[in-house]
Design a protein around this ligand. Structure first.
Ligand SMILES: [Zn+2]
Ligand SMILES: [Zn+2]
Length: 256
Protein backbone atom coordinates (compact mmCIF):
# COMPACT_ATOMS: atom_id res chain seq x y z
CA UNK A 1 0.00 0.00 0.00
CA UNK A 2 1.29 3.46 -0.91
CA UNK A 3 1.91 5.85 1.97
CA UNK A 4 0.25 8.81 0.25
CA UNK A 5 -3.37 8.54 -0.89
CA UNK A 6 -4.15 10.72 -3.90
CA UNK A 7 -7.68 12.01 -4.44
CA UNK A 8 -8.50 14.24 -7.41
CA UNK A 9 -10.82 17.13 -6.61
CA UNK A 10 -10.81 17.98 -10.34
CA UNK A 11 -8.34 17.69 -13.23
CA UNK A 12 -6.11 20.40 -11.76
CA UNK A 13 -6.34 19.74 -8.04
CA UNK A 14 -5.12 16.77 -6.01
CA UNK A 15 -5.42 16.03 -2.30
CA UNK A 16 -2.40 14.15 -0.93
CA UNK A 17 -3.41 12.44 2.31
CA UNK A 18 -1.51 10.42 4.89
CA UNK A 19 -4.26 8.20 6.26
CA UNK A 20 -1.73 5.75 7.71
CA UNK A 21 -0.99 8.11 10.61
CA UNK A 22 -3.67 8.94 13.18
CA UNK A 23 -3.57 12.66 12.37
CA UNK A 24 -4.70 11.98 8.80
CA UNK A 25 -2.86 15.05 7.62
CA UNK A 26 -3.37 16.31 4.09
CA UNK A 27 -1.50 18.46 1.59
CA UNK A 28 -2.91 19.83 -1.66
CA UNK A 29 -1.51 20.32 -5.14
CA UNK A 30 -3.17 23.08 -7.18
CA UNK A 31 -2.08 23.25 -10.79
CA UNK A 32 -2.40 26.25 -13.08
CA UNK A 33 -1.05 26.71 -16.59
CA UNK A 34 2.34 28.12 -15.53
CA UNK A 35 2.92 26.94 -12.02
CA UNK A 36 1.71 24.52 -9.36
CA UNK A 37 1.10 25.33 -5.73
CA UNK A 38 1.77 22.81 -2.98
CA UNK A 39 -0.15 23.68 0.17
CA UNK A 40 1.81 22.08 3.06
CA UNK A 41 4.22 19.18 2.85
CA UNK A 42 2.91 16.54 5.24
CA UNK A 43 4.59 14.51 7.94
CA UNK A 44 7.94 13.83 6.32
CA UNK A 45 7.25 10.10 6.00
CA UNK A 46 8.08 9.20 2.40
CA UNK A 47 8.88 11.71 -0.31
CA UNK A 48 6.05 14.13 -1.08
CA UNK A 49 8.30 15.67 -3.75
CA UNK A 50 8.32 12.38 -5.67
CA UNK A 51 4.52 12.29 -5.46
CA UNK A 52 4.15 15.86 -6.67
CA UNK A 53 6.64 15.42 -9.50
CA UNK A 54 4.70 12.36 -10.59
CA UNK A 55 1.62 14.57 -10.94
CA UNK A 56 3.01 17.61 -12.73
CA UNK A 57 5.99 18.96 -14.67
CA UNK A 58 5.19 22.54 -13.66
CA UNK A 59 7.48 24.44 -11.30
CA UNK A 60 6.30 23.95 -7.71
CA UNK A 61 5.70 26.82 -5.33
CA UNK A 62 5.47 25.60 -1.71
CA UNK A 63 3.21 27.46 0.71
CA UNK A 64 2.66 26.55 4.36
CA UNK A 65 -0.61 27.10 6.21
CA UNK A 66 1.55 27.21 9.34
CA UNK A 67 4.76 25.62 10.53
CA UNK A 68 3.65 22.88 12.94
CA UNK A 69 5.74 19.72 12.42
CA UNK A 70 2.90 17.77 10.79
CA UNK A 71 2.70 20.27 7.91
CA UNK A 72 6.40 20.91 7.24
CA UNK A 73 7.72 17.34 7.07
CA UNK A 74 8.69 17.47 3.41
CA UNK A 75 9.60 21.11 3.10
CA UNK A 76 13.34 20.40 3.03
CA UNK A 77 12.89 18.52 -0.24
CA UNK A 78 12.00 21.72 -2.11
CA UNK A 79 14.06 24.74 -3.12
CA UNK A 80 11.44 27.24 -1.96
CA UNK A 81 8.93 27.73 0.81
CA UNK A 82 6.63 30.58 1.71
CA UNK A 83 5.19 31.36 5.12
CA UNK A 84 3.46 34.20 6.92
CA UNK A 85 6.02 36.41 8.71
CA UNK A 86 4.44 35.63 12.10
CA UNK A 87 5.31 31.93 11.77
CA UNK A 88 8.76 32.53 10.32
CA UNK A 89 10.69 32.37 13.57
CA UNK A 90 9.30 28.88 14.33
CA UNK A 91 10.45 27.69 10.92
CA UNK A 92 13.94 29.06 11.47
CA UNK A 93 14.43 28.17 15.11
CA UNK A 94 11.86 25.50 15.85
CA UNK A 95 9.03 25.49 18.35
CA UNK A 96 10.34 25.12 21.91
CA UNK A 97 8.18 22.11 22.87
CA UNK A 98 8.98 20.14 19.70
CA UNK A 99 12.36 18.71 18.86
CA UNK A 100 13.44 15.94 16.52
CA UNK A 101 13.19 13.29 19.28
CA UNK A 102 9.63 14.17 20.32
CA UNK A 103 8.47 14.45 16.69
CA UNK A 104 10.00 11.04 15.88
CA UNK A 105 7.85 9.59 18.70
CA UNK A 106 4.73 11.29 17.38
CA UNK A 107 5.42 10.04 13.88
CA UNK A 108 5.58 6.43 15.02
CA UNK A 109 2.40 6.60 17.10
CA UNK A 110 -0.82 4.84 16.01
CA UNK A 111 0.21 3.85 12.51
CA UNK A 112 -2.38 1.92 10.52
CA UNK A 113 -0.33 1.44 7.35
CA UNK A 114 3.18 0.14 6.80
CA UNK A 115 5.84 2.82 6.45
CA UNK A 116 7.52 3.22 3.05
CA UNK A 117 10.35 0.68 2.73
CA UNK A 118 12.98 3.39 2.30
CA UNK A 119 11.87 5.47 5.30
CA UNK A 120 14.15 5.30 8.33
CA UNK A 121 12.81 7.12 11.38
CA UNK A 122 16.27 7.31 12.95
CA UNK A 123 17.30 9.56 10.05
CA UNK A 124 14.29 11.87 10.39
CA UNK A 125 15.25 15.43 11.33
CA UNK A 126 12.79 18.21 12.07
CA UNK A 127 13.16 20.89 9.38
CA UNK A 128 14.65 24.22 10.31
CA UNK A 129 15.43 26.87 7.75
CA UNK A 130 14.64 30.23 6.24
CA UNK A 131 11.58 30.71 4.09
CA UNK A 132 12.25 32.00 0.59
CA UNK A 133 9.16 34.19 0.57
CA UNK A 134 6.30 35.58 2.60
CA UNK A 135 2.54 35.05 2.52
CA UNK A 136 0.54 38.12 3.42
CA UNK A 137 -3.18 38.66 3.87
CA UNK A 138 -5.01 39.30 0.58
CA UNK A 139 -1.95 38.41 -1.50
CA UNK A 140 -2.84 36.81 -4.81
CA UNK A 141 -0.82 33.98 -6.28
CA UNK A 142 -1.27 33.64 -10.04
CA UNK A 143 -0.68 30.08 -11.23
CA UNK A 144 -1.70 30.90 -14.81
CA UNK A 145 -5.44 30.78 -15.45
CA UNK A 146 -6.00 30.18 -11.78
CA UNK A 147 -5.52 32.55 -8.88
CA UNK A 148 -5.16 31.65 -5.22
CA UNK A 149 -5.75 34.22 -2.52
CA UNK A 150 -4.00 34.15 0.86
CA UNK A 151 -6.14 34.80 3.93
CA UNK A 152 -4.40 35.41 7.25
CA UNK A 153 -6.33 33.28 9.76
CA UNK A 154 -4.36 33.39 13.03
CA UNK A 155 -5.37 31.62 16.23
CA UNK A 156 -4.11 28.05 15.87
CA UNK A 157 -0.75 29.70 15.20
CA UNK A 158 0.07 33.41 14.87
CA UNK A 159 0.98 33.19 11.20
CA UNK A 160 -1.64 30.67 10.14
CA UNK A 161 -3.04 31.27 6.66
CA UNK A 162 -5.87 29.78 4.60
CA UNK A 163 -6.23 29.82 0.83
CA UNK A 164 -9.15 30.28 -1.53
CA UNK A 165 -8.87 29.84 -5.29
CA UNK A 166 -10.86 31.05 -8.29
CA UNK A 167 -12.99 27.86 -8.17
CA UNK A 168 -14.17 28.85 -4.70
CA UNK A 169 -12.20 26.01 -3.13
CA UNK A 170 -11.32 26.96 0.42
CA UNK A 171 -8.30 25.36 2.12
CA UNK A 172 -8.54 26.48 5.76
CA UNK A 173 -5.58 24.45 7.09
CA UNK A 174 -5.85 23.85 10.84
CA UNK A 175 -8.36 26.67 11.28
CA UNK A 176 -11.24 24.42 10.24
CA UNK A 177 -11.50 20.68 9.65
CA UNK A 178 -14.03 17.94 10.35
CA UNK A 179 -14.80 16.76 13.85
CA UNK A 180 -12.90 13.46 14.23
CA UNK A 181 -10.30 15.49 16.14
CA UNK A 182 -10.78 18.95 17.61
CA UNK A 183 -9.30 22.12 16.17
CA UNK A 184 -6.62 22.97 18.70
CA UNK A 185 -6.83 26.38 20.29
CA UNK A 186 -5.67 25.18 23.69
CA UNK A 187 -1.86 25.42 23.52
CA UNK A 188 -0.19 28.44 25.11
CA UNK A 189 0.90 29.56 21.63
CA UNK A 190 -2.71 29.62 20.39
CA UNK A 191 -5.27 32.39 20.69
CA UNK A 192 -8.94 31.43 20.97
CA UNK A 193 -9.91 35.05 20.32
CA UNK A 194 -7.94 35.13 17.07
CA UNK A 195 -9.18 31.68 16.06
CA UNK A 196 -12.81 32.69 16.45
CA UNK A 197 -12.18 35.94 14.56
CA UNK A 198 -10.57 33.86 11.80
CA UNK A 199 -13.58 31.54 11.60
CA UNK A 200 -15.75 34.62 11.29
CA UNK A 201 -13.48 35.94 8.54
CA UNK A 202 -13.82 32.65 6.64
CA UNK A 203 -17.59 32.69 7.13
CA UNK A 204 -17.74 36.11 5.53
CA UNK A 205 -15.70 35.21 2.46
CA UNK A 206 -17.73 35.46 -0.70
CA UNK A 207 -17.89 32.65 -3.23
CA UNK A 208 -16.96 29.57 -1.19
CA UNK A 209 -17.98 26.47 -3.15
CA UNK A 210 -16.20 23.64 -1.34
CA UNK A 211 -14.08 23.39 1.80
CA UNK A 212 -11.20 20.91 2.07
CA UNK A 213 -9.68 20.00 5.42
CA UNK A 214 -6.01 19.55 6.26
CA UNK A 215 -6.90 16.73 8.66
CA UNK A 216 -9.55 14.01 8.90
CA UNK A 217 -12.16 13.71 6.18
CA UNK A 218 -11.42 15.40 2.88
CA UNK A 219 -14.42 17.67 2.50
CA UNK A 220 -16.10 19.65 5.28
CA UNK A 221 -19.79 20.30 4.92
CA UNK A 222 -20.44 23.49 6.81
CA UNK A 223 -22.27 26.59 5.66
CA UNK A 224 -21.15 30.15 6.23
CA UNK A 225 -24.28 30.71 8.32
CA UNK A 226 -23.43 27.74 10.53
CA UNK A 227 -19.94 29.13 11.07
CA UNK A 228 -21.34 32.55 11.98
CA UNK A 229 -23.83 30.94 14.37
CA UNK A 230 -21.00 29.03 16.09
CA UNK A 231 -19.01 32.24 16.51
CA UNK A 232 -22.04 34.00 17.99
CA UNK A 233 -22.73 31.10 20.38
CA UNK A 234 -19.13 31.05 21.65
CA UNK A 235 -19.05 34.81 22.20
CA UNK A 236 -22.47 35.06 23.83
CA UNK A 237 -21.54 32.33 26.29
CA UNK A 238 -18.12 33.78 27.11
CA UNK A 239 -16.36 30.67 25.83
CA UNK A 240 -13.71 32.35 23.71
CA UNK A 241 -10.78 31.86 26.09
CA UNK A 242 -8.31 29.21 27.17
CA UNK A 243 -9.58 26.65 29.66
CA UNK A 244 -13.18 26.53 28.49
CA UNK A 245 -12.67 23.05 27.04
CA UNK A 246 -14.27 21.32 24.09
CA UNK A 247 -16.97 23.03 22.05
CA UNK A 248 -18.86 20.69 19.78
CA UNK A 249 -20.69 21.89 16.71
CA UNK A 250 -22.36 19.79 14.05
CA UNK A 251 -19.47 19.63 11.59
CA UNK A 252 -16.43 20.51 13.73
CA UNK A 253 -15.26 20.98 17.29
CA UNK A 254 -12.93 23.42 18.97
CA UNK A 255 -10.70 22.83 21.96
CA UNK A 256 -9.83 25.88 24.02
ZN1 LIG B 1 -1.26 22.77 13.45
ZN1 LIG C 1 -2.18 20.07 11.68
Amino acid sequence: MEWFTLERLDQQTVAISEYGHWEKVRSFLLMGQKEALLIDTGLGIGSIKDVVEGLTDLPIRVVLTHVHWDHIGGVGEFDNCNVHPLDQEWLEQGIPVWDTVSVRKELMRELSQPLPADFDISRFELFKGCPTGHLLDSMEIDLGGRKVCVIHTPGHSPGHVSFIDTNGYLFPGDCLYSSETPIYGNYPSTSPQDLVRSLEKLANLPGIQRIFGSHNQLEIWVSSQELRDSVTYLRENDLVRHGTGLHQFRAFRLLF
